[in-house]
Design a protein around this ligand. Structure first.
Ligand code: TXD
Length: 304
């Protein structure tokens, strides 16, 4: 059986890590596209030359030509500028919208049957634009933000409670920005509510709420925290891993339930907007949007 083909548009910080992860997990043959000449070719040669140590058998190609993405099963887009300290994601809109339009036209022409995972910011606007330009069905145009935001929230909970992050389940839904919504009521460690454990740890509901609120706020600002520390550019390991989780769910038909930026057509009472919601991800891309009762109580600590 032929290997899957994954194309990565944007060969910068996230694009490079994506390429390496695709190779390490043998997800398929990988094409790395960028407008900068030589850079994607250099990165792919660099990764390919360690295949013996890392034990993978996939083909890796760097390119400046859209023709090379032909036949892609999945395209992951990171093309566009990252934030600088002090910038909001929305400050990137003007410049990245122009780039996204070009990229979407390239995908439409050369990889018309692909699933597209968008990472570029401002995420919600970029996914919407890509869907409009390509005209691809919504189950094939998906934004990555919720997997990362949720993992950040899970990490903060695990560090606070001193437990393995593998046993923490918590979701962040909504937009990828200040409007993101960490779902507090359902956050749990192997089924045991996080709020209950915080009350036991601190012996008071007020203190538990204070600690949870701090974790929620840190989650919302987590991208900016990394931007500030790096001083130049934004997070790149974590968004790459998050997008690979989504790509793997599609390629291996895993039916994972992942928070993704998906086009809503009536779900949660929302029509025609891309919003972060839990999705069943499998061979059909977004196979189902998982709806559940959503009210203020689920998102606020005081509901406990
Ligand atoms: O979770 C998330 N969704 C995100 C998103 C988390 C962190 C960062 N996120 C955003 O991803 C970030 O705000 C940026 O908009 C993208 C890419 O971040 P990255 O850190 O990889 O940026 P780089 O290193 O600057 O790489 C961008 C590459 C760079 O190599 C440019 O040459 C290339 O994009 N680029 C283009 N590629 C193709 N086509 C065009 N037109 C183009 N223009 C620039």
């Amino acid at each position: 059986m032929a290997r899957a083909k994954i194309s990565l548009i944007g060969g910068g910080q996230i694009g490079g890590v994506l390429a390496q992860l695709c190779a390490l997990r043998e997800l398929g043959d990988v094409v790395l596209f960028d407008i900068v000449e030589g850079m994607p070719q250099g990165k792919m040669l660099d990764i390919a030359e360690v295949a013996r140590i890392d034990q993978f058998d996939v083909e890796l190609k760097g390119t400046n030509s859209y023709a090379d993405i032909a036949g892609s099963d999945i395209v992951i887009v990171t093309a566009g500028l990252p934030r600088k300290p002090g910038m909001s994601r929305d400050d990137l809109l003007g410049v990245n919208a122009k780039i996204m339009k070009q990229v979407s036209e390239g995908i439409k022409e050369f990889a018309p049957d692909s699933f597209v995972i968008i990472i570029s910011n401002p995420l919600d606007a970029m996914v919407t634009l890509c869907q409009k330009v390509t005209g691809f069905p919504p189950e094939r145009i998906i934004g990555q933000a919720g997997v990362l935001d949720s993992n950040r929230f899970c990490s903060f909970i695990a560090w606070e409670l001193g437990v393995s992050v593998r046993d923490v389940n918590a979701m962040v839904l909504g937009g990828h920005g200040d409007t993101m919504v960490p779902i507090i009521r359902y956050a749990n460690v192997n089924g045991i509510p996080v709020m209950e454990q915080l009350v036991r740890k601190y012996g008071s509901e007020a203190k538990a709420e204070e600690v949870m609120t701090a974790m929620v706020e840190r989650t919302k600002m987590a991208g900016g925290e990394v931007v500030k520390l790096l001083g130049n550019g934004s997070a790149f390991y974590s968004p790459a891993s998050s997008a690979i989780t989504m790509a793997e769910a599609i390629l291996r038909d895993q039916k994972r339930v992942l928070p993704c930026c998906a086009l809503l057509t009536g779900e949660f009472g929302v029509n025609n907007y891309y919003v972060g919601v839990p999705c069943v991800m499998g061979a059909g891309g977004i196979e189902k949007i998982v709806e559940f009762e959503l009210d203020d109580e689920i998102c606020q600590t005081s509901s406990f």
